[in-house]
Design a protein around this ligand. Structure first.
Ligand code: FES
Ligand SMILES: [Fe+2]
Length: 443
C-alpha cells in the first residue's frame, strides 16, 4: 500500500518537492507550436505549479518565462509582443526570449541598469509540433529524450492535447492499469460478436489477465498474457517511462510507435499529450472496427468534444464533459448495456473515472489487488528515483542517458514462443519496424 507520506511525495510537483525536482530533470512538452504566433498574444502556461508565459517573437523564436515582470511583478501576460521582445505594459521594460532586459525606458539613460536585470526564463525548443521546456536548475539542459516517436521527422508525427482535472499520477496509472479494459471500455462487448482475428476478442474473452511486471532501463513494463488457443499466447506489452510517459498496448507491436505524456500543470491538473507516428499502427486514420460486420463498439465515439480554449491559467484543451455535468453519462445506455459505463468515448471514460477519484486520490483509502502490481511497481520506481535524486543527487533514469528510451515499445502480438517474456519482447522488437533508426541511418 501507499502511505500518506509516500502519496505526498509522489503527487506534489511544485518547485522544491521531491517529485517536482525529479520532473525538472527532463524536457517537458508544454504547448502546441501552433498555439504561438509571431508577435501574437502571450500564452498563459501553467507547468509544474509555476505560472509561466510563452510567446513567439518576430523572428519566430519561442520564449518561456515566469509571468511576473522582474521590475514590480506585473504579469507579462498583459505585455506587448513587438519587435523581437515582450514589453511589459506597466513601465515599458522589454525582454527577449532568453529573458534579457533589452530596454528600460522608464529609467533615465545614465541610471539604466538593464544589463543587470533578467526575467526568469527557461530554455525552450520546438520538436514534433510541440514547445518543450527545461525547468531544471543546471546551466546545461539535459539531453533530449530519445523516445522512438521523437526520432522520426516532425511531419510524420501527429499530436493532440487534452487537459484532465486530476493529479498526473492517477491519470497516468489509467494507462498501465490493464485489467480495466475489459470492464470500463468493453464490459458490454460479447466475445461472440467480435471478429475472430481481432485482438479485442482475447481481451473480452478473458477479462482477468495474468501478467508479468519488471523494472526496465526506461521505467517499468508489464506483459499481459492470455491463451489464444492452439498453444499460442496473446501478449500485450505496455510501459511507463520516466518521468510521466506511457506507451499503451492498443496497437500492433511491430509498428506501434507512439508516446503519451501526462504532464502536471499543477498538483490537480494534468495535460495529456499524445504523440503518434502517422505511418504506424498508432495512426488514428486506420482504426479497425472490432465487431463482426464492421460495426463500431458501443461507447467508442471517435472524438471527444472540446470547449474553446481560453486565456485562463487552466483554460487550454478542456473537454465539454466534466464532473459538473456528470461527464454526460447516459444511464439508459448503461442500464441497457449498450455502453458498460454509459459514457460515449474511450478517452472520456478514462477521464471520468480518474477525475472522479478527486483532485488527488487519497491513496490510503485504496485496496490494491494482485492485478495492480504494475501500479505499485511504478510508484515504487518513481519514489526510489525521486529520493535518490533528493538524498544522493543520483540522476533519474533517462535524464542523462536518453538512449534508454529507444528500447521502449508497446503493443500486442501473438506468439507461440515458450521463452521468458523479456526474450520474447527483445525478439519482437528486433523484428519491428524502427522508423527512428531508418532516419538516423539516413543522416
Ligand atoms: S512592472 Fe514591468 S516594467 Fe514595471
Ligand atoms: Fe482506459
Amino acid at each position: 500500500m501507499t502511505t500518506a507520506i509516500e502519496s505526498a511525495e509522489l503527487t506534489r510537483v511544485g518547485a522544491g518537492t521531491a517529485m517536482g525536482e525529479l520532473m525538472r530533470q527532463y524536457w517537458i512538452p508544454a504547448a502546441m507550436s501552433s498555439e504561438l504566433a509571431p508577435d501574437g498574444a502571450p500564452l498563459r502556461l501553467m507547468l509544474l505549479g509555476e505560472k509561466l508565459i510563452a510567446f513567439r517573437d518576430s523572428a519566430g523564436r519561442v520564449g518561456v518565462m515566469d509571468h511576473r515582470c522582474p521590475h514590480r511583478c506585473a504579469s507579462l501576460f498583459l505585455g506587448r509582443n513587438e519587435a523581437n521582445g515582450l514589453r511589459c505594459v506597466y513601465h515599458g521594460w522589454k525582454f527577449d526570449v532568453d529573458g534579457n532586459c533589452i530596454d528600460m525606458p522608464s529609467v533615465p539613460g545614465h541610471q539604466d541598469f538593464k544589463h543587470k536585470v533578467k526575467a526568469k526564463a527557461y530554455k525552450a525548443v520546438e520538436r514534433a509540433g510541440l514547445v518543450w521546456v527545461y525547468m531544471g536548475s543546471r546551466a546545461e539542459a539535459s539531453p533530449f529524450p530519445e523516445l522512438e516517436v521523437l526520432l522520426v521527422p516532425d511531419d510524420e508525427v501527429g499530436v493532440n492535447c487534452v487537459q484532465r482535472d486530476c493529479n498526473y499520477l492517477q491519470a497516468l496509472e489509467g494507462d498501465i492499469d490493464t485489467s480495466h479494459f475489459g470492464f470500463l471500455h468493453a464490459g458490454h462487448v460479447n466475445p461472440e460478436d467480435v471478429a475472430e482475428d481481432h485482438p479485442i476478442r482475447h481481451t473480452v474473452t478473458i477479462r482477468a489477465p495474468e501478467y508479468y511486471v519488471g523494472d526496465t532501463p526506461w521505467g517499468t513494463t508489464y506483459a499481459a498474457y492470455r491463451s489464444a488457443g492452439h498453444g499460442d499466447i496473446y501478449w500485450r506489452f505496455a510501459n511507463f517511462l520516466f518521468p510521466f510517459w506511457t506507451q499503451q498496448p492498443q496497437g500492433e507491436f511491430g509498428e506501434h510507435v507512439h508516446a503519451r505524456a501526462w504532464v502536471p500543470l499543477d498538483d490537480e491538473h494534468t495535460m495529456f499529450i499524445y504523440l503518434w507516428w502517422k505511418n504506424g499502427s498508432a495512426s488514428m486514420a486506420r482504426p479497425r472496427p472490432p465487431l463482426k460486420g464492421g460495426k463500431p463498439m458501443g461507447g467508442s465515439r471517435p472524438n471527444p468534444i472540446f470547449r474553446p480554449n481560453t486565456s485562463e491559467w487552466l483554460g487550454r484543451w478542456r473537454l465539454e464533459a466534466n464532473e459538473a455535468n456528470d461527464w454526460r453519462i447516459d444511464r439508459e445506455a448503461q442500464r441497457s448495456n449498450a455502453i458498460y459505463s454509459g459514457i460515449d468515448n474511450i478517452h472520456l471514460q478514462d477521464q471520468a473515472v480518474t477525475e472522479s477519484m478527486g483532485g488527488i486520490t487519497d491513496h490510503t483509502f485504496e485496496h490494491l489487488a494482485p492485478s495492480d502490481q504494475m501500479i505499485t511497481r511504478t510508484r515504487r520506481r518513481l519514489l526510489q528515483a525521486a529520493r535518490g535524486l533528493r538524498d544522493k543527487a543520483v540522476a533519474p533514469p533517462g535524464a542523462e542517458d536518453p538512449g534508454v528510451f529507444r528500447g521502449a515499445r508497446s503493443g500486442y502480438f501473438i506468439s507461440s514462443e515458450k521463452r521468458p517474456w523479456q526474450e520474447i519482447y527483445a525478439q519482437q522488437l528486433a523484428a519491428a519496424v524502427r522508423p527512428g533508426e531508418r532516419q538516423q541511418a539516413a543522416e
